[in-house]
Design a protein around this ligand. Structure first.
Ligand code: NAD
Ligand code: IPM
Ligand code: MN
Length: 343
């Protein structure tokens, strides 16, 4: 199955890693057509105040899936920009699952001293359309000494149940639900009730629960204890940067934003636009390359997806990688080396 991919390179290292990713896709010869929206970026937002136009959204809707580099620019202080691109895409396409795997590809990349506790291989399933990200709230008495700000943390039975169902459906041995019900009781209570209900269909999977603070501690103490971690939008954002680092760094972390019912998907590295290294051709392309592997899985190209993962693992193990992973290759040379391994 091929299809069309709407591509949003974005800002900073986004265009650099997207170029590497498109090079890989082209070399695989799978016959995808690409529609590149390279005007969706901070430059245009600064000039016009537009993040994504209706025409841009129409092109996204017309595509089979979306590949995104990263959005964010130090010159843009207004959160409306990132919200208008990334959060609009996730919400308008109803991509309620954010699937973020963390797999340690080589021992030397683990920050943990005890070898027996290094081999992280887990997935953070992050609820992607609700929680404190919905933009419900406001500011009263703006800029006065008595200013008040409110961000409402929204959980719905519909939204929580469906992401829990997805988490159980991809688990191999266990699911750990993470909340903060001891301090945030209403949402936490709803998540716990839905968790017990959805678990009933999976009697063979181990089911555990942790508060988010304990989950952060335990992830560093022994990442091998986790298979699937399912949690709300905010905790999932934070924990998936932690799992990314435990697996060797943000430059290699991949994600799939999915709606399993509609089949829509947006694939992007977990990292941002990394302004500190942008424009130097040193950004690690493996985050987007492994996101493309998730996209290939999603499109039914499972053999090719696995071949990409094997090629990346081999590149990492033999040191054919960018400086953040201890290598000395450029962005381009790192992806070229993966492609060479594929052929
Ligand atoms: P970041 O992910 O851009 O960078 C964090 C650190 O990781 C930096 O030191 C950076 O150099 C390093 N890093 C990130 N990607 C790398 C790669 N591929 N190779 C090597 N090193 C890499 O996070 P930040 O600095 O907090 O955010 C910068 C901007 O990106 C902000 O505007 C933020 O809002 C935005 N952002 C966007 C996304 C997205 O588009 N999905 C995700 C996170 C942050
Ligand atoms: C991510 C990013 C985004 C998020 C930002 C850029 C809004 O950190 O994709 O993890 O918090 O979802
Ligand atoms: Mn994040």
């Amino acid at each position: 199955m091929s299809g069309s991919i709407a591509v949003i390179p974005g800002d900073g290292i986004g265009p650099e890693v997207v170029e590497a990713g498109l090079f890989l896709l082209g070399a695989m010869g799978l016959g995808f057509s690409v529609d590149i929206l390279d005007h969706v970026n901070a430059e245009r937002f600064l000039a016009t105040g537009v993040s994504m136009s209706d025409d841009d959204m129409a092109r996204v809707h017309a595509a089979t899936c979306v590949l995104l580099g990263a959005v964010g620019d130090p010159r843009v202080g207004d959160p409306a920009y990132a919200r208008g691109v990334l959060l609009r895409l996730r919400s308008e396409l109803d991509l309620y699952v954010n699937h973020r795997p963390a797999v340690l590809l080589d021992d030397r990349l683990s920050p943990l001293r005890d070898p027996a506790r290094r081999a992280i291989d887990c997935v953070v399933v992050r609820e992607n359309t609700e929680g404190i990200y919905v933009g419900s709230g406001g500011t009263l008495r703006h800029s006065s000494p008595h200013e008040v700000s409110v961000d409402n943390d929204i959980s719905t039975r519909f939204g929580v149940s469906r992401v829990l169902r997805y988490a159980f459906s991809v688990a191999r041995r266990s699911v750990c639900m993470v909340d903060k019900a001891n301090a945030i009781p209403f949402g936490g209570g709803l998540w716990q009730r839905c968790y017990a209900e959805e678990a009933a269909a999976y009697p063979d999977l181990e089911r555990t629960h942790l508060y988010v603070d304990a989950a952060a501690m335990k992830l560093v103490h022994d990442p091998t204890a986790f298979d699937v971690i399912v949690t709300n939008n905010l905790f999932g954002d934070v924990l998936s940067d932690l799992t990314a680092q435990l697996a060797g760094g943000l430059g290699m972390a991949a994600s799939a934003n999915l709606n399993p019912e509609t089949g829509k998907g947006l694939f992007e590295p977990v990292h941002g636009s990394a302004p500190d290294i942008a424009g130097r051709n040193v950004a690690n392309p493996f985050g987007i390359v492994l996101s493309i592997a998730l996209m290939l899985d999603h499109l039914g190209h499972t053999v090719e997806a696995e071949a990409v993962r094997v090629a990346v693992r081999s590149a990492v193990r033999s040191g054919r990688c960018t400086p953040d992973l201890g290598g000395d290759l450029s962005t381009k040379d790192a992806v070229v080396s993966v492609v060479a391994e594929l052929h």
